[in-house]
Ligand binder design. Structure first.
Ligand SMILES: Cc1ncc(C[n+]2csc(CCOP(=O)(O)OP(=O)(O)O)c2C)c(N)n1
Length: 585
């Protein structure tokens, strides 16, 4: 059976997985499937290793593993489900996955380590946008130093990333010359022609080798080919039918033996339910900063191929000279922001919180906090906003890590009204700050016009039996829990601690003195965040029992944020139950 035909069958599988689960990365999956099929069906031997550095295309890998019989159809149908072994980025729970990926720019370094440690071949598939991460080039130097001729890097050169063409987002050319200057063998081929892929990989080479595989994002159906917005677009029913037809036509044209059409069982409900009546905090941030920037030319934004996540397209279009796009390079973004801030600019460094605050931590520590630069770090889609995307995309450590840094303020607004207030404050202060916001639309806690004091916690409900202290998007469920408790005769005080640093210690001490116990609730690890902050203040001033609610010390399950809140008890009922236990004890 021809490899091309197997690849089209895998495309059909991927299409079904994405449509049924309402999640996935269709464009980049379609561009790399011929490469994966060629590797798994023709090139790789049993002891060879493969790393999908562009981990967001996990569904393509799963479909190819299924075509080899390594994964069952039943298993494929769990894609996108709660606690699945087939997460949206590969984890080691998935059969034959050598290494969990999902944070771009790691795969080549891991491949260098594997290639140093054993003689078998190591194949690493990277996206082209991914090459903006500096660590890729650190790995390239190391591979050349150790003359790793068993390391084969493949670049899926589809010329697109999330925000558009790679040459506009962060120019890569001349890619061949770049790799050659790092002392690599470079070969080019079509990434959709298995024979060409086999030929270039099979040629003798005594150095690390990179295959620049020219591909088309969304390959196989005109509807999605070469369209950046199909990076993670979910086809509607008509598009789904058309794409399926296009693939089937290609299969027929390829002739020969017929393949069974893989079809995975239907899940029914959508993974991220639409919430039409709720409002997004990230959009509140971007519309506020756009308004302020119109009147203040010192406001700049630095972004990391994250316009969609940040919702910063409006800013980019209105103020192109003040919108600095650095591509997938969080460390670079933060240091550039710091340097820019030294030229009297007010700089907002924006991107997914998981990558900015973890990958860029040293830059935050040294270039922002230690140098006291006027940089506001805006971490979007924080907590478990990206829950379906798995552990690489959770941000459950940011309060803990950033709280330990001097000179930097930390805010976690709970809704649109509060986000507008905090953003306006950030645009006027010179102090470094981190603002964490979620992704989804959330219920409104405050009415328009509500007044805040920047360092003062807000008491939303007064009571004397117990205090619930929450921050960010846990404030609304905490408030619901407070009302529920009051209706049961337990007079709960509810406090919104939207400024975690400097924290309103007076509100915490008063809560300890005036109520018998405290429950804290946060979309963060139970370590190092709001809970431990409150414990520290209480212990040193007026000890009362404190229950810290958050994410426990385990690898977070994969699921939508709502599924995760339910599972970990971070719901109004879960909060009520913990409060009742504390009051009764
Ligand atoms: C460190 C890191 N930063 C940001 C992201 C979010 N992200 C996921 S896919 C993607 C674009 C990838 O573009 P490219 O590497 O060209 O892949 P392809 O176009 O082949 O899908 C981005 C920015 C990430 N996964 N990891």
């Amino acid at each position: 059976m021809s490899l091309k035909k197997i690849a089209y069958n895998c495309r059909l599988t991927v299409l079904d997985m994405i449509k049924q689960s309402n999640s996935g990365h269709i464009g980049g999956s379609m561009s790399c499937i011929d490469i994966l099929v060629t590797l798994y069906h023709q090139i790789m031997r049993d002891d060879d290793r493969f790393i999908l550095s562009k981990g967001h295309c996990a569904e393509a890998l799963y479909a190819v593993l299924a075509s080899k019989g390594i994964l069952s159809q039943d298993m494929l149908s769990t894609f996108g489900q709660f606690d699945t072994a087939l997460a949206a980025h590969p984890t080691k729970k998935a059969p034959s996955v050598a290494f969990a990926t999902g944070a771009l720019g790691h795969g080549l370094s891991v491949g260098v380590g594997m290639a140093i440690g054993n003689n078998s071949k190591v194949y690493v598939l990277m996206g082209d946008g991914e090459l903006a991460e500096g660590s890729v080039w650190e790995a390239a130097m190391a591979a050349a130093k150790y003359k790793l001729n068993n390391l084969i890097a493949i670049v899926d050169r589809n010329n697109l990333q999330i925000s558009g063409n790679t040459e506009d987002v962060m120019p890569l050319e001349n890619l061949e010359t770049k790799f050659k200057s790092f002392d690599w063998e470079v070969r080019k081929c079509s990434g959709h022609e298995p024979d060409e892929i086999v030929a270039v990989i099979s040629e003798y080479h005594d150095k690390p080798i990179v295959i620049i595989a020219n591909t088309v994002k969304g390959y196989g159906s005109e509807i999605m080919e070469n369209k950046a917005n199909w990076h993670h677009h979910i086809p509607d029913d008509a598009q789904y039918a058309q794409i399926k037809l296009d693939f089937m036509k290609k299969i027929t044209e390829l002739g020969g033996e017929e393949l069974p059409i893989t079809s995975i069982s239907k899940r029914g409900e959508s993974l991220i339910p639409a919430q039409p009546n709720k409002v997004s905090v990230r959009k509140a941030f971007t519309s506020t900063i756009e308004n302020i920037a119109a009147a203040n030319e010192s406001i700049y934004m630095v972004c990391t191929d994250s316009r969609g996540s940040v919702t910063s397209t409006g800013f980019a279009e209105k103020f192109p000279d003040r919108f600095i796009e650095v591509g997938i390079a969080e460390q670079n973004a933060l240091s550039i922001a710091a340097g820019l801030a030294t030229t009297d600019k007010r700089v907002f460094a924006c991107g997914p919180a998981c990558f900015l605050t973890a990958r860029g931590y040293e830059q935050i520590k040294v270039d922002v906090a230690y140098n006291q630069t006027n940089v506001k770090i805006i971490g979007v889609s924080a907590g478990v906003s990206y829950g379906p995307l798995g552990g690489t995309h959770t941000t459950l450590q940011d309060f803990a890590s950033i709280r330990t840094l001097p000179n930097i303020e930390i805010f976690a607004p709970c809704d649109k009204v509060q986000a507008e207030f905090v953003t306006t404050y950030l645009a006027t202060t010179n102090r470094p700050a981190y603002m964490r916001i979620g992704r989804g639309d959330v219920d409104q806690v405050y009415s328009t016009g509500e007044k805040f004091d920047i360092y003062k916690a807000k008491t939303l409900l007064d009571g004397t039996d117990i205090t619930i202290i929450a921050c960010g998007e846990m404030v609304y469920p905490a408030l619901l829990a407070g009302h529920k408790l009051q209706s049961q005769g337990i007079y709960a005080r509810v406090i919104d601690m939207f400024c975690l640093k400097p924290a309103d210690t007076e509100a915490i001490i008063n809560a300890a003195k005036e109520t018998n116990a405290i429950v804290t609730v946060e979309e963060h690890s139970i370590f190092g965040g709001l809970g431990e902050l409150v414990c520290g203040v209480v212990t040193g001033n007026h000890p009362v029992p404190v229950k810290v609610m958050g994410f426990p010390d385990e690898e977070c399950k994969v699921g939508s944020s709502q599924e995760l809140f339910e599972y970990y008890g971070l719901t109004p009922d879960g909060i009520v139950s913990e409060c009742r236990k504390l009051v009764q004890s």
